[in-house]
Design a protein around this ligand. Structure first.
Ligand SMILES: CC(C)[C@H](C(=O)O)[C@@H](O)C(=O)O
Ligand code: SF4
Length: 465
């Protein structure tokens, strides 16, 4: 089979959607200014403030001078170059990877880029979506194109049915534990199989979001009825006849049944259980029912050394049941798990229960729209009644570029995607978990699944009616 573009020259891709945030755009705009260029397609470019924004007191000026400068610079750049911006407090503001899909901007068959590694999220729609560096951001701003060499292809087939309580987050943590943080390098991953087809769009985004944590630039899922139903009626989705034509074209995008891949991985969904990470990269994960691994038992020298280093940073002893690990912080949010279904799942666990003494739980919706939806369903009240904090939208403690950080030595259960050393604050320790595990952990104070919780002590006698 001859593959187009395998020669020395890269292909030149036209970019259908360019997402921008405050962290990776300032030098790109500076570059445009220096060379006297404008933004080629402001209509295909959209910006939001997410990384540096505080999640409380957002009506006040940003206290941290670095964050304030980042956000002010984005505002100035967007005004000068005519780029649509959703600033802090705006009804459409939020994490860039939550905002694009919810506006219906992310569509099947399109090319989506952003100066952000988790752009892979948008692949859930059957888009080719990947993160780019700041010089590439400048290139796309100036030309709306990007030179690119083809990737290798990897099929990740998740067959069977997920057991109750096992979520998209557990699927992707299990995938990364299997193939490793370098396993996807050079590949675009296609997630397929019965268990993937059954996932909602939000769950598919959770899976594709973490493709980058397996080393892949992008991950995708074939568009289907679930995709079309999600998109229909969204502000930027096609309408009327254009909608019908679009759906007809999108239906043709699926991978052929007889397609071959450069690599294949098979996972049996029915064998999966809730997953948590014990180490300092997203591949260092195990079923919640397991124990902290013993580096001595790891054959591969490299992996053994990495495990030793990780356990020392995480202050964990081999053999400790993962369920016995105490946390002091629970973070529910991020572009991995900060959508309305994630909040609903966690609220279902927390309803009628309390966050354990000594545990702080932060609930940070992925966007202002998610926040509004949660409030209209009363979820915020469930979180507040349980003793959690209900915040404004942004990246928040996913990486702590705002005041939401772990203190040195603090330990979190976090629904985000990276557990690197210091990721959530200098000296902080992170266990990556699903929203269900996050909520149950908040109640028990140690890493837990909802099934570990005693039945709700309901005071509702049902005689009010
Ligand atoms: C700040 C940004 C460049 C970074 C990324 O590329 O992913 C961030 O979003 C992250 O999650 O670490
Ligand atoms: S939520 Fe986290 S992973 Fe997502 S864009 Fe923000 S910092 Fe990056």
């Amino acid at each position: 089979m001859v593959r187009r573009g395998t020669g020395a020259e890269p292909d030149l891709l036209y970019i259908d959607l360019h997402l921008i945030h405050e962290v990776t755009s300032p030098q790109a705009f500076d570059g445009l200014r220096l060379s006297g260029r404008g933004v080629r397609r402001p209509d295909l470019t959209i910006a939001t403030e997410d990384h540096n924004v505080p999640t409380i007191d957002i009506e006040l000026p940003i206290a941290d001078p670095v964050s304030r400068t980042q956000v002010d610079t984005l505002r100035k750049n967007c005004a000068e170059f005519g780029v649509r911006l959703h600033p802090m407090g705006d009804a459409e503001q939020g994490i860039v990877h939550v905002v694009g899909p919810q506006l219906g901007l992310t569509q099947p068959g399109t090319t989506v880029v952003c100066g952000d590694s988790h752009t892979s999220t948008h692949g859930a729609f059957g888009a080719l979506a990947f993160g780019i560096g700041t010089s590439e951001v400048e290139h796309v701003l100036a030309t709306q194109t990007l030179p690119l060499r083809p990737f290798k292809t990897m099929a990740i087939t998740v067959d069977g049915e997920l057991p109750p309580g096992v979520t998209a987050k557990d699927v992707i943590l299990a995938v990364i534990a299997r193939i490793g943080t370098g396993g996807g390098q050079g590949y675009v991953l296609e997630y397929r199989g019965a268990a993937i087809e059954k996932l909602s769009m939000e769950a598919r985004m959770t899976v594709c979001n973490m493709s980058i944590e397996a080393g892949a630039r992008a991950g995708m899922i074939a568009p289907d009825e679930t995709t079309f139903a999600y998109l229909k009626g969204r502000p930027h989705a096609p309408r009327g006849e254009q909608w019908d034509a679009a759906v007809a074209a999108w239906r043709a995008l699926r991978t052929d049944d007889d397609a071959t891949f450069d690599a294949e991985v098979h996972i049996d969904a029915s064998a999966l259980t809730p997953y948590v990470t014990w180490g300092t990269n997203p591949g260092q994960g195990l079923p919640l029912s397991a124990r902290v691994p013993d580096p001595e038992a790891i054959g591969d020298e490299h992996e053994r050394a990495a495990a030793e280093k990780a356990l020392s940073y995480m202050d964990l002893t081999p053999g400790t049941p993962l369920r016995d690990i105490h946390v002091d912080t629970v973070f529910l949010g991020s572009c991995t798990n900060g959508r309305i279904e994630d909040l609903r799942a966690a609220a279902d666990v927390l309803r009628g229960r309390k966050v354990a003494d000594g545990v702080r739980m932060l609930v940070v919706p992925g966007s202002m729209r998610v926040r509004a939806a949660a409030e209209s369903e009363g979820l915020h009240q469930v979180f507040l009644d349980a003793g959690a904090e209900w915040r404004q939208a942004g990246c928040s403690m996913c990486l702590g570029m705002n005041p939401d950080q772990l203190k040195p030595g603090e330990r979190s259960a976090s629904t985000s995607n990276r557990n690197f050393e210091g990721r959530q604050g200098k000296g902080g320790r992170t266990h990556l978990v699903s929203p269900l595990v996050a909520a149950a952990t908040a109640v028990r104070g140690t890493l837990s699944a909802p099934e570990d919780l005693p039945a709700e002590s309901s005071t509702d006698t049902g005689d009010q009616a």
